[in-house]
Design a protein around this ligand. Structure first.
Ligand code: F6P
Length: 318
């Protein structure tokens, strides 16, 4: 059997570990594996590469993706989908394993509707996929943010400042929330909770009164402009407020053990599900186990917000 594998969308630490598992388990099971370079774009460019055992040697600990990735525009058109399906057929790809986030899953679903067998693995630092609980890369990005929080807290304490740290996440506050709770942030500003300027301000004022020397505010990107908020907080509290935008530092780096383990389990399971039948599946961690979901249904599951975790953070950071 011939299995195709690609990584797609924004890269996430642990994609390589997932790819390694797919390739190694596929070879173990006697299948032929072909890697597709640069995400779905590689299908149109016919950039297929045979993956042998050593093609994935020495990558389990590496960030990024050795296959490359892209956000393919062609996959958003019906002609593109039909063409991609045609090329995969010509290349004899019976099952396509897609490692990526929600955009990649949508591309995979369109291919599935066109007749291609697909299995997707969740990989995005945002952790914005509602059907599962921890996407590949999420916990590594949380650790990266925590390292920055620690460093920034040192200088914040030295100068008795407040620091706004802007993190990624787009429409999902998990990065800010999880790093906020683990990093002891005073406030987190996330899309799931209406922004409350007075709440943030009062935390700083209360801390100042107690002689607290640092105030960490984690702000999810695309919510409110970080520099404007810093200015307003400084005016309202009298505490100097600085901004750090972590940006793409959150996407790279060495994947944590947890991400490597999840990626390896997901990759292996994807291969086990490749059989005679056409598949249209999304794999993910749920209640600590690797489970498979119907791809369309998985995409339709809305991400639920862990209100209890947010409230805990709010209380701890009083
Ligand atoms: O999907 C992950 C993510 O890192 C988002 O949090 C961020 O907004 C986006 O990707 C940035 O993507 P790009 O690489 O297209 O700039």
């Amino acid at each position: 059997m011939r299995i195709g594998v690609l990584t797609s969308g924004g890269d996430a630490p642990g994609m390589n570990a997932a790819l390694r598992a797919v390739v190694r388990v596929a070879i173990y099971e006697g299948h032929d594996v072909v890697g597709i370079r640069n995400g779905f774009s590689g299908i149109f460019e016919k950039d297929f590469v045979a993956m042998g055992l050593s093609s994935v040697a020495d990558i389990i600990h590496k960030g990024g993706t050795i296959l490359g990735t892209s956000r393919s525009k062609e996959m958003r058109t019906d002609e593109g989908i039909a063409r991609a399906r045609e090329i995969l057929k010509e290349e004899g790809v019976e099952h396509l394993i897609v490692i990526g986030g929600d955009g990649s899953m949508k591309g995979a679903l369109a291919l599935s509707d066109a007749g291609q067998s697909v299995i997707t693995l969740p990989a995005t630092i945002d952790n914005d996929l509602g059907y599962q609980e921890a996407s590949i890369g999420f916990y590594t990005a949380v650790e990266t943010i925590l390292e920055a929080v620690g460093r920034i807290r040192d200088t914040s304490s030295a100068l008795r400042r407040a620091n706004i740290i802007e993190v990624m996440g787009r429409h999902c506050g998990d990065l800010a929330l999880y790093a906020g709770i683990a990093g002891g942030a005073e406030s987190v500003i996330i899309p799931e909770v209406p922004f409350d300027f007075d709440g943030v301000k009062n935390k700083i004022l209360a801390g100042k009164k107690r002689g607290k020397r640092h105030h960490i505010i984690l702000l999810t990107e695309e919510q409110i402009p970080a520099y404007g908020l810093a200015k307003d907080l400084e005016e309202a509290t009298g505490v100097e407020t600085r901004v750090t935008i972590l940006g793409y530092t959150q996407r790279g780096g060495i994947p944590t053990g947890k991400d490597r383990i999840n990626a390896s389990r997901l990759g292996a399971e994807a291969v086990f599900l490749c059989g005679e039948e056409k598949r249209s599946l999304a794999l993910g961690l749920s209640e600590g186990k690797i489970k498979s979901f119907d791809l369309r249904e998985a995409l339709a599951v809305e991400k639920t917000f862990d209100r209890a975790l947010y409230d805990t953070l709010d209380k701890i950071s009083i």
